[in-house]
Design a binder for this molecule. Structure first.
Ligand SMILES: [Zn+2]
Length: 267
């Protein structure tokens, strides 16, 4: 589905792109790769973003089929795009029926603000209400994106503040902690709202404590991820090893690597 310019960004600086193609085809091959990296479970991020990346609503069916190989280890994340749905209620129902276990909103790629429901985009409110009622978390991409056509004004996590206030039972994950521009905003939101979590994927582990010097204070609501195969994330295992090497208390490390995710998606 990739648009050529987006695909070029994916391939750049990646020697073994064929490996990713193989993993998209074969969940079994990907699970073996996770075994070798020492990873039990993976959330597979998919979202509808026809304008910037090329992804259509077909991603939901794709990931639902993909995870059938092992539904304990592979957690499907899907999406509904307010401007690319003809019937939002029907699409919400389909996503629930497919067993999608997280909804991704990617503001810089979907070209919308998380709180646009306050300005007439009623579909967003319906999506959040359905997620809240069904105990499905919503992950927002926060921070910049280097894909051609991405609009970074949408990446400021402050717009998620409204969502956290208006949907207090909705579990909200701030992907990438607003890196590299808005870490203080992300840290504030995680501390301010009981329903807001920090996802550290896409942050080079070596920069993590520079970006979040008080990370241990919010460890109970922080979860590990890699954002692989995103640009700038060469390898899952290497990412995990670099995280493990950080000077964190053992309890905080365990919390971030396993326990927080287990409270969101119990094993
Ligand atoms: Zn993202």
């Amino acid at each position: 589905m990739f648009k050529p310019a987006a695909l070029a960004v994916m391939k750049k600086k990646r020697a073994n792109f064929e490996q990713i193609v193989e993993f998209c085809r074969s969940p079994r091959a990907f699970l073996k790769h996770l075994d070798a990296a020492g990873v039990d479970r993976a959330v597979l991020i998919n979202y509808v973003a026809p304008e910037v990346i090329g992804f259509t609503p077909e991603v939901n069916q794709f990931v639902a089929n993909y995870v059938k190989e092992d539904t304990k280890r592979l957690i499907p994340c899907g999406s509904i795009h307010p401007r690319h749905t003809r019937n939002v209620l029907a699409d919400v129902e389909q996503v629930l029926r497919l067993g999608i276990r997280m909804i991704k909103i990617h503001p810089p790629h979907q070209l919308l603000f998380p709180n646009d429901y306050l300005h007439g985009v009623k579909e967003l409110e319906i999506i959040y209400r359905a997620a809240e009622a069904n105990g499905i978390p919503v992950m927002f991409h926060t921070g910049t994106s280097i894909f051609p056509g991405a609009r970074n004004k949408f990446g400021d996590p402050i717009h998620v503040d409204d969502v956290a206030v208006d949907f207090p039972k909705l579990k909200i994950l701030l992907a990438h902690g607003g890196r590299p521009l808005w870490m203080e905003t992300a840290f504030f939101l995680v501390r301010r709202h009981p329903n807001v979590y920090l996802d550290i994927s896409g942050i080079p582990p070596k920069s993590l404590l520079k970006y979040f010097p008080r990370l241990e204070e919010i460890a109970a609501k922080t979860l590990f991820g890699t954002d692989w195969p995103g640009p700038g994330v060469p390898d899952i295992k290497q990412n995990l090893e670099q995280f493990r090497a950080l000077p964190l208390a053992e309890a905080a490390r365990e919390q971030i690597l396993s326990k927080t995710a287990l409270t969101i998606w119990p094993a």
